[in-house]
Ligand binder design. Structure first.
Ligand code: KG4
Ligand code: ZN
Length: 359
């Protein structure tokens, strides 16, 4: 099934489709012919956040149905945004995993069918590789090699990235992901889904003196390795919230202070382990990716910590932190340019569970 793709002298245009969870994203990416830097030509995104909010989390069946409804209009919108027609597309990339099986199947069936109709090659992409490479979608992309801190709703990983497709797992969470810790503690504080942005917003109004009085654990901060654990943090917050409720003192002021304390605890662990990963690998560049990478406190803490030690740190544009089609198009494009096996359309299989090092 695998066939080599003839790459024309003009940089290829790759269409990317993301549908692994609760965002439907379609985007077109190419390389700038002058600078060689990746360039976003057009994109369209629909988030299902308001639809799932009523249930306090993602409802997989509703997610799949909504992806079906959205994907064709989003394709049209992204083409309009780029000012081009489907014929200009050279290859189609889609998220093949990990993620919700039904949601993945929508994007995969759509991309494979489109590729079949257009007689173009397809590139099944690993969702985390999309996140990992998203910071490269910049005017001045970070150079390889680097340490990547991948912090999404389902994953917290430190990776050594030597080049496209060469990833070494340095450490990961043993239980909850950082995003999950944000979401679960946000729920305990009575905040809606998704919890990360809501908790971060609440934390902004916290009284620093009160925050300093709240002692939350920094799980595995001094474990000496690059593993993480965030489940204990959630339990500690649960205990505090229950005690405050029982004493009738769970005021908005205390909730804000708890939110800030949680944010600080998560950020401190992520910063410390990222610095440790840089030391351990001898690399001097950190690249941050994934939804939690949008957190302002984390960004500021990483910038300060890296500046102090003369490391550089790169973040994707805020709009590229959470799920989107551009990062999938980019991962497909870079894989294509690196000579990855592409296949002609004609069958699809998604991988709801899929370690990145196997991609
Ligand atoms: O990467 P992503 O969009 O989806 C996955 O692949 O999981 O990450 C979603 C996660 C959620 O847990 C969400 O609460 C968190 O990213 N998140 C944030 C912020 N924005 C999104 N967490 C903290 N602060 C934010 N500003
Ligand atoms: Zn994601």
């Amino acid at each position: 099934m695998n066939q080599p793709v003839a790459i024309a002298s003009k940089p290829p245009i790759v269409l990317g489709v993301e549908s692994s969870c609760d965002e439907t994203g379609v985007a077109l990416v190419t390389l700038d012919p002058l600078t060689g830097a990746p360039r976003l030509l057009g994109q369209a995104l629909h988030t299902q956040v308001t639809m799932h909010a009523a249930y306090g989390g993602v409802v997989p069946e509703l997610a799949s149905r909504d992806h079906i409804r959205r994907v064709v209009p989003l394709l049209r919108q992204s083409l309009d945004d780029a000012g081009m027609s489907l014929e200009a597309v050279d290859a189609i990339a889609y998220t093949a995993g990990p993620g919700l099986a039904g949601a993945l199947l929508v994007g995969s069936a759509f991309a494979e069918a489109l590729a079949f109709a257009l007689d173009k090659p397809v590139l099944p992409v690993h969702h985390l590789e999309g996140h990992l490479l998203s910071p490269l979608l910049a005017d001045v992309p970070p150079a390889f090699p680097f340490v990547a801190l991948l912090v999404s709703g389902g994953h917290t990983q430190l990776m050594r990235v030597t080049q496209v497709g060469e990833y070494e797992l340095l450490g990961e969470t043993l239980d909850d992901a950082a995003g999950e810790a944000f979401d679960k503690t946000a729920k305990l504080l009575g905040l809606g889904y998704p919890g990360g942005p809501a908790l971060s917003k609440l934390a902004e109004s916290a009284d620093p003196a009160l925050v300093a009085e709240i002692k939350l654990p920094r799980p595995m901060l001094h474990s000496g390795d690059l593993e993480f654990s965030f489940a204990g943090l959630k339990t500690a917050v649960l205990t505090r919230v229950k005690a405050a409720e029982a004493a009738g003192v769970l005021t908005d002021v205390l909730r804000a202070a708890l939110a800030a304390a949680v944010e600080q605890a998560i950020a401190e662990v992520l910063v410390m382990k990222s610095v440790q990963a840089l030391k351990q690998t001898g690399l001097n560049r950190l690249v941050v990716a994934g939804g939690v990478g949008a957190n302002r406190h984390l960004r500021e803490s990483l910038i300060t910590a890296c500046r102090r030690r003369q490391y550089t740190v790169n973040f994707p544009d805020l709009s590229l932190c959470t799920d989107n089609g551009a990062m999938i198009a980019l991962a497909g494009l870079l894989r294509l340019l690196a000579g990855a096996d592409t296949k002609m359309a004609g069958g699809f299989a998604v991988k709801p569970r899929w370690p990145l090092i196997d991609a």
